[in-house]
Design a binder for this molecule. Structure first.
Ligand code: ADP
Length: 207
């Protein structure tokens, strides 16, 4: 299985790259932001509570998003792999993801982080806010709050994967196709390492 954690601040291009990656690698896209917005539009209790935090640019509690990811993994037992977009955003979420994937006999392949400066993020998100209908994209103060939350709470997750040699940072400013090509190169490298590893294991079993 190919399990990619696509990482980066709000507005870094995770959604855009995810759409291209799911088409190429036949992966299931799990975006906690999208899952939460679906709860909001269904008017659930969870959605009502999450909306207040999301509108302020704050994180929703770990147990809420971990629960959503756990259910989504169960609903997609046959998947060839997953793109985790907007998750994990805290170290406890990263630890839970490892546990959940282990229960399904798999693990995180790698984390790819799209790096973009704050000024560019604010510009992109205000532009997206004109058409996305997302209240959190329409106000500069809220956007900056989300970037601050990313820098203070979320950026540590990169260290979690770096410690496992699974972190790869990329410049998120440039042509969409170029960035896509760089992500594909990283994934292809990981996949060939995995298949070489399994061929090696097969040889050892035969020997
Ligand atoms: P963006 O990355 O552009 O901020 P998302 O759609 O990923 O947008 O997330 C929107 C909001 O949803 C976040 O600001 C946060 O309030 C909430 N959210 C999404 N994913 C998580 C998560 N893993 N943990 C906590 N809160 C989350």
């Amino acid at each position: 299985m190919l399990n990619l954690v696509l990482f980066g601040p709000p507005g870094a291009g995770k959604g855009t790259q995810s759409q291209k990656l799911i088409a190429r690698y036949n992966l299931v896209h799990l975006s906690t932001g999208d899952l939460l917005r679906a709860q909001i539009s269904r008017g659930t209790e969870l959605g009502l509570q999450a909306k207040k935090l999301m509108d302020e640019g704050l994180l929703v509690p770990d147990e809420v998003v971990i629960g959503m990811i756990g259910s989504a993994l169960k609903e997609n037992e046959q998947a060839a792999g997953f793109i985790f977009d907007g998750f994990p955003r805290t170290v406890p979420q990263a630890e839970s993801l490892d546990r959940l994937l282990a229960e399904h006999g798999t693990k995180v392949t790698c984390m790819v982080a799209l790096e973009v400066q704050e000024q560019e993020l604010v510009k992109r998100l205000l532009e997206r806010g004109k058409t996305s209908g997302r209240p959190d994209d329409q106000n500069e103060e809220k956007i900056r709050k989300r970037v601050t939350v990313y820098n203070t709470e979320t950026a540590q997750v990169a260290g979690y994967y770096a410690a496992q040699n699974k972190f790869c940072g990329l410049n998120g400013v440039g042509e969409i196709e170029d960035i896509f090509g760089q992500i594909c190169a990283i994934l292809d490298q990981h996949q060939s390492a995995v298949s070489e590893g399994s061929q090696q294991a097969t040889k050892e079993v035969k020997a």
